[in-house]
Design a protein. Structure first.
Length: 411
């Protein structure tokens, strides 16, 4: 990862960074708003809650496609207008949600929203790396803190809206107005970061994916298994707790909130930690912590105390894993838009596959299967992390490649 930020004025870097942080608050709000409003949306389009599960499939499919396409676009086009248009698209779709009369139209809008959010996710991560270079680690943790903050706030905003005459429709439109403002700011934000290979005078670096393909695939698998674990626990712990009689409906809702609160706090704590510790020092501790907590859940499946400890502890241990792992890979190779999109495809597919699989297994084998499957997925996350370290060891570091390619010419 080259350190192009050394020549960047501090004001420019901070304007960009704050813009990306605002995008990720929107991303967290947009992804977490579905769950609490599903019954209301189902009544609006006159369908069952079972059919509303298609929303997640269509959203994840659009998200995966947007992630894949965005890499090629961001390597060729100025990033800020692209992200601004993507965020404006999300805002328009959210504004339309409360007026949609049919499930088919709602699914089409959800897929469109997911496609745009795929651009936002890949673009904000990538442009932040291009902005800060080798110093990106705490900024990347900060970016994902703001995602967690948005996801944590969404259920509370829905609860407040439902207690007033505005209802869920008002919540969607208020969020749409906020996202519209953020989209306009990004659309006209100057000084879009230049792709790393362009800034360093290397041309398009079209062979970079092929040269680093094993490492890129290992990173994609790391995110696939990690994100699958995170979204499975957050999405299914409510069902797990209520089916096993470990919590009431209200208690299970608070259990989910505890997970997201702990998750968000850990990302906040990880910001200063990332300035002092390397990813190779942080990730093993987090992975071992997750596995230890899941082991407690497997050993004491009927314990309410262990379930609450698992929710709070997993949230805290899982929170920094995504940005820390992504940063580790960014230190190992030149992060182009195309490489970033392939790696982040693992994120979007993980968000889709394991939660769906857990639903199928719970239906056949019972709710206790959830902890077994998450533990297995976290073990595979650890295996992918080991593969990343091994592949880093057998290839030249990105800093060495940068040193060889540097040109003495100015400007």
């Amino acid at each position: 990862m080259s350190d192009l930020s050394l020549t960047l004025p501090r004001g420019v870097a901070w304007r960009r960074t704050l813009g990306y942080y605002a995008l990720f608050i929107c991303l967290g709000l947009g992804l977490a708003i579905f769950g609490p409003t599903l019954p209301s949306l189902a009544a609006q389009v006159h369908t069952s809650l079972a059919n509303m599960g298609l929303l997640f499939l269509f959203s994840a499919s659009g998200y995966s496609l947007g992630t894949l396409v965005s890499g090629r676009v961001l390597d060729r086009v100025r990033g800020h207008p692209v992200l601004g248009i993507a965020q404006l698209t999300v805002a328009v779709v959210l504004f339309l949600f409360p007026s949609v009369p049919s499930l088919e139209l709602l699914l089409g809008l959800v897929a469109c929203k997911g496609f745009a959010e795929g651009f936002v996710n890949n673009g904000a991560n990538l442009l932040l790396i291009w902005t800060h270079g080798r110093k990106v680690s705490p900024f990347l943790n900060g970016l994902h803190f703001f995602f967690g903050l948005g996801a944590f706030l969404a259920p509370f905003l829905v609860a407040q809206g439902m207690s007033t005459s505005a209802g869920y429709q008002g919540v969607y439109r208020i969020l749409a107005a906020f996202m519209l403002a953020v989209g306009l700011v990004l659309l006209f934000l100057p000084d879009s970061p230049v792709p790393v290979h362009t800034a360093s005078g290397r041309g398009e670096a079209s062979g970079s994916v092929r040269a680093h393909l094993p490492l890129v695939l290992a990173a994609a698998l790391f995110l696939f298994f990690y994100v699958g674990s995170e979204m499975t626990f957050s999405g299914w712990v409510y069902t797990y707790a209520t089916v096993l009689g470990l919590a009431s409906a209200a208690g299970a809702a608070y259990l989910t909130s505890v997970f997201w609160l702990s998750f968000t706090l850990s990302r906040l704590v990880s910001i200063p930690a990332a300035t002092r510790l390397r990813p190779r020092q942080i990730l093993p501790v987090l992975l071992v912590g997750c596995l230890a907590l899941l082991g407690l859940g497997l050993a004491f499946p009927g314990s309410r105390t262990v379930l609450w400890l698992m929710a709070a502890g997993l949230g805290f241990c899982m929170g920094p894993i995504w940005p820390t792992g992504f940063n580790l890979v960014g230190q190992s190779l030149e992060m182009t838009g195309r490489i970033s999109s392939i790696i982040l495809l693992g994120d979007s597919l993980g968000n889709m596959v394991l939660p769906w699989l857990v639903g199928q297994v719970i239906g056949a084998a019972g709710a206790r299967a959830m902890v077994f499957l998450i533990a297995g997925s976290m073990l595979l996350t650890g295996a992918a992390y080991g593969a990343i370290l091994r592949l880093r060891a057998i290839q030249p570091s990105n800093d060495e490649e940068n040193a060889k390619m540097q040109s003495p010419r100015s400007g």
